[in-house]
Design a binder for this molecule. Structure first.
Ligand code: PLP
Length: 400
């Protein structure tokens, strides 16, 4: 009897809990074991058991995570990395060559901007930062023959801008460029970029997928048949994006370790229920802040006055757990960040505990002075799963 099942037709939570995670063939363990091992015995030279030879190239615990990620994103194959930026670095190396150009959001995550501008820039990659909610601006930024990738983040970090994935996908496709969508903020539970035309989905699994602030990781999920940019042949002699990513993951080796893969997989299993509560708490916190006299502006895609509200309602099945607000001055923003007690002052997001931070001086310090600079009176909240009354009371005392 085999425990192997096809979960492709199952619902989201079922796939998150079961895909790639068949009970262990030897023991029946219902959770994939942590294969904390670097190398695998061969039955004669090249006689691999299950295809495993060395844990940079492949490890069963990582395979379980990669299969589960592909299943929840509706993709053909997943790749797990040591961090979100390691995933991004591997993807960009696979699809770009010196002299190429890439379109990025004008409020991308600061680390993404730093990687593209300051690591890939010196290797001859140019970028144009545009307001991605303006599809005409994306089309105008395309340099025919040179633009090889369009990078979408939606909602963005930290300004929660919303981009129309299907519309940007059409622009990227017409240009022969790869469309990469960073789905970290929305998660596959709320948004399915591959169904909307993305070639590859990017994650910092450190955030909602891991969900417990106990592991750093990243992932890529490619769609079936995704191609490299027009005109590029990959290192294995094919135009397949999947082949190129598999080659680069092994060749540069920034892979997720077995324990990190296991923790991430454990987080993924509860993503659906956690996201429901993140969304509910964030919506209530946003409404509370809207009415607060010390708050100048609240930015949350679930609010009707958010410029991307209707698009988000169409494209996502919930508005997420991130809320940003402006206080009118940097001093007031720093003051709120210093005073909260339930919201912990810390970088990162997406964990069960609520976090508060000052993007201009913390997560987005690397974009200071660039076109992506964020306002210094902005406060970002990652609204966690605590009791709503405690979250609201904490913000109330911190703002008073
Ligand atoms: N993408 C987004 C939207 C992020 O917020 C982050 C990290 O904050 C990253 C990518 C990078 O991920 P990591 O910190 O896991 O390298």
């Amino acid at each position: 009897m085999t425990d192997t099942q096809d979960w492709t037709a199952a619902g989201f939570a079922t796939r998150a809990i079961h895909a790639g995670q068949d009970p262990d063939a030897t023991t029946g363990a219902v959770v994939p074991p942590i294969h904390q091992v670097s190398t695998f015995k061969q039955d004669g030279v090249g006689g691999l058991r299950g295809g495993y030879e060395y844990s940079r190239s492949g490890n069963p615990t990582r395979t379980a995570l990669e299969e589960a990620l592909a299943a929840v994103e509706g993709g053909a194959r997943g790749f797990a990395f040591a961090s979100g930026l390691a995933a991004e670095d591997t993807l960009l190396r696979a699809i770009l060559r010196p002299g190429d150009h890439v379109v990025i959001p004008d409020d991308a995550y600061g680390g993404t901007y730093r990687l593209i501008a300051r690591v890939f820039g010196p290797w001859g990659i140019e970028h144009t930062a545009v307001h991605l909610s303006d599809v005409d601006a994306v089309a105008a930024a395309i340099q025919p023959g040179r633009t090889k990738a369009v990078w979408v983040e939606t909602p963005t970090n930290p300004l929660l801008g919303v981009a129309d994935i299907a519309a940007v996908a059409a622009v990227a496709r017409a240009a022969g460029a790869v469309l990469a969508v960073d789905n970290t903020f929305a998660t596959p539970y709320l948004q399915q970029p591959i169904g909307l035309g993305a070639d590859v989905v990017v994650h910092s699994t450190t955030k909602y997928i891991g969900g417990h602030s106990d592991v750093v990781g990243g992932a890529l999920v490619v769609t079936d048949g995704a191609q490299l940019p027009v005109g590029l042949t990959g290192p294995t002699g094919t135009e397949s994006l999947e082949d190129a990513l598999a080659f680069h993951q092994n060749a540069s080796g920034a892979v997720a370790g077995p324990f990190d893969a296991w923790l991430t997989l454990r987080g993924l299993k509860t993503l659906a229920v956690r996201m429901d509560r993140h969304c509910a708490n964030a919506a209530a916190v946003a409404r509370y802040l809207v009415d607060h006299s010390k708050v100048a502006e609240v930015i949350y895609p679930g609010l009707e006055d958010h410029p991307g509200h209707e698009l988000a309602a169409r494209q996502m099945s919930g508005f997420g757990g991130m809320v940003a607000f402006r206080t009118g001055s940097a001093e007031a923003a720093l003051d709120v960040c210093a005073r909260t007690r339930v919201f912990t002052l810390a970088e990162s997001l997406g964990g069960v505990e609520s976090l508060i931070e000052h993007p201009a001086r913390m997560t987005h310090a690397s974009v200071a002075g660039s076109a992506l600079e964020v306002p210094d009176d902005l406060v970002r909240l990652s609204v966690g799963l605590e009791d709503l009354a405690d979250l609201v009371a904490d913000l109330g005392q911190a703002l008073s």
